[in-house]
Design a protein around this ligand. Structure first.
Ligand code: KIV
Ligand code: ZN
Length: 522
């Protein structure tokens, strides 16, 4: 065992993303994906990786085996029921691990013993002791879990845990399997077990909480405050039903409130954000925007007073820095509540140093846009500057839509005919495409000679009903310049064409501005 792991001040982080996390609906991963996640978990600095439940399927066995071979620093475990077949499979799957281990569990609550296991208390104690003793002959590191511990009789838990310590278990895990506990109760349970179980001081106590009442992180911290020195968790909190304790929350709570908890973890917190994004990309399960620590809004300050405060001193509204979890910088979401100070700062970040009068005009345009749009992106701000400040007074748009005709039926190729004014000249082009919007965009591309890539295209109904006003927004990129265009119309094809032409016009301003800057300097 490494020095740091037995240190009382260190809370071990046991990651079960690949086992309990994978039990989350829609979170199944193939072997290659599991190996990629395991490598990232190693980089993140977790102490233990529960790589799967080897006896549950051939695929799980192979994944545990592959992860065992690949991972060098953290301990790699397989889950097993207190049964010979499970234990044999688990031992085989982890045999090539540098630091192997096995995690044996059996339920201890009356409801589970009676209805699920159909075993008496004595039979459960015997099965647990037999399983740990049997495994101990072949492997040193054994974790034992009393499933549904939070709904089990406390004195019965003291007995079971005491017996399995005697049989050789090294880590004792206290699961809140159904997410039923509340922090004061769960903390008291952990304290009671540590104070009353024979041999409690020779082992590591662990908490494994589920989030059915949204209390998994709070319960895990209560366990730590009462002596637990391992927390079991998953990346992004994925897992059965409402999920498990989320690793990023518990680690950052420990780091941020070290003054109260007086413990630390071995996690390299700057790897948290990349790990959470990676898992989300692999599983396709999005991170909710308001998710603590890693959600898009976690460091986004929109209220004018908050933005002003953060710019003056970031600790006014931030209890940890985005950099500490691996986010490059905080994101001030520009919206209708943003003030002049934040707007001016964002302009500077984007490289625009405007005179006071130009800044005032740009700010007014920004406020008008923010009233219509919830979030104003950097591209919008750049477009405001390009259009309003850098545009010559009276300069007309390069492109204008004059006429649009589309045709689509179930057995003909979708087509569009578009008439536009292009730099003062009227021109018409037909095109066919993969749908009428595509046909229309192809005709516009031919007419304008545009070379931009369409990076993003989205359609939103502004009101309900089939006659709703549709709002289309698209993002174009050309030669490193990105612009967004918007168009709204009750006809979604018209809205799409208007958005594309709007973006192309902005691109023209930006290119023109770039040429001016290259010639004359900013
Ligand atoms: O939630 C639970 O009880 C479990 C055990 C197998 C530890 O996942
Ligand atoms: Zn669980």
């Amino acid at each position: 065992m490494s020095e740091k792991i037995v240190n009382d001040q260190i809370v071990k982080i046991f990651d079960t993303t690949l086992r309990d996390g994978e039990q989350s609906p829609g979170a199944s991963m193939n072997m290659e994906e599991k190996v990629v996640i395991a490598r990232q978990l190693e980089k993140l600095g977790v102490d233990v990786i529960e790589a799967g439940f080897a006896a549950s399927s051939e695929g799980d066995f192979e994944s545990v085996e592959r992860v065992s071979r690949e991972i060098k620093r953290p301990r790699v475990l397989s889950l097993a029921r207190a049964q010979e077949g499970d234990i044999k499979r688990a031992l085989k799957a982890v045999e090539h691990a540098k630091h192997p281990g096995i995690h044996i569990f059996i339920a201890t609550s009356d409801i589970h013993m009676k209805h699920k296991l159909r075993m008496s208390r004595d039979e459960v104690v015997d099965a647990a002791v037999w399983a740990v003793s049997y495994a101990k002959k072949q492997i040193d590191y054994i974790e034992f879990s009393a499933e549904d511990a939070s709904r089990s009789d406390w004195e019965f838990l003291v007995k079971v845990f005491g017996e399995v310590i005697r049989a050789g278990a090294i880590t004792l895990n206290v699961p809140d399997t159904t997410g039923y506990a509340i922090p004061s109760e769960f903390g008291a349970l952990v304290r009671h077990l540590i104070e009353h179980t024979d041999g409690a001081d020779r082992v590591i106590w662990s908490a494994h909480c589920h989030n059915d009442l949204g209390l998994a992180t709070a319960n895990s911290l209560a366990a730590v405050a009462n002596g637990a020195r391992q927390v079991e968790c998953t990346i992004n909190g994925i897992g059965e039903r409402a999920g498990n304790t989320s690793l990023e929350e518990v680690v950052m709570a420990i780091k941020t409130r070290r003054n109260l908890l007086d413990v630390d973890t071995n996690v390299a917190t700057e790897q948290i954000y990349p790990t959470c994004r990676l898992l989300s990309q692999i599983t396709g399960i999005p991170i909710p925007i308001n998710k603590p620590i890693v959600g898009d809004n976690a460091f986004a300050h929109e209220a004018g007073i908050h933005q002003d405060g953060v710019l003056k001193h970031k600790y006014t509204y931030e209890i940890m820095t985005p950099e500490s979890i691996g986010i490059p910088g905080n994101r001030l979401v520009m919206g209708k509540h943003s003030g002049r100070h934040a707007f001016g700062e964002r302009l500077k970040e984007l490289g625009f140093n405007l005179e006071k009068e130009d800044m005032n005009r740009a700010f007014l345009r920004f406020k008008e846009l923010a009233d219509k749009k919830k979030e104003v992106y950097d591209e919008d701000i750049e477009a405001i500057v390009a259009e309003e400040i850098l545009r010559l007074p009276g300069q007309p748009d390069a492109f204008e839509l004059l006429y649009l005709n589309v045709s689509s039926s179930s057995n003909a190729v979708p087509s569009a005919t578009v008439k536009m004014r292009v730099n003062g000249h009227e021109r018409t082009e037909p095109a066919t495409g993969d749908g009428v919007v595509d046909a229309c965009y192809k005709a516009i591309t031919k007419l304008t000679g545009a070379r931009a890539n369409l990076v993003r295209y989205s359609v939103k109904a502004i009101s309900g009903g089939t006659d709703a006003q549709g709002e289309v927004s698209c993002l174009l990129e050309d030669g490193g310049i990105r612009v967004s265009g918007q168009g709204s119309h009750t006809d979604i094809i018209m809205a799409s064409a208007l958005a594309y032409i709007n973006a192309l016009n902005k691109l023209e301003y930006r290119k023109h501005y770039r040429q001016v800057v290259e010639r004359e300097g900013p």
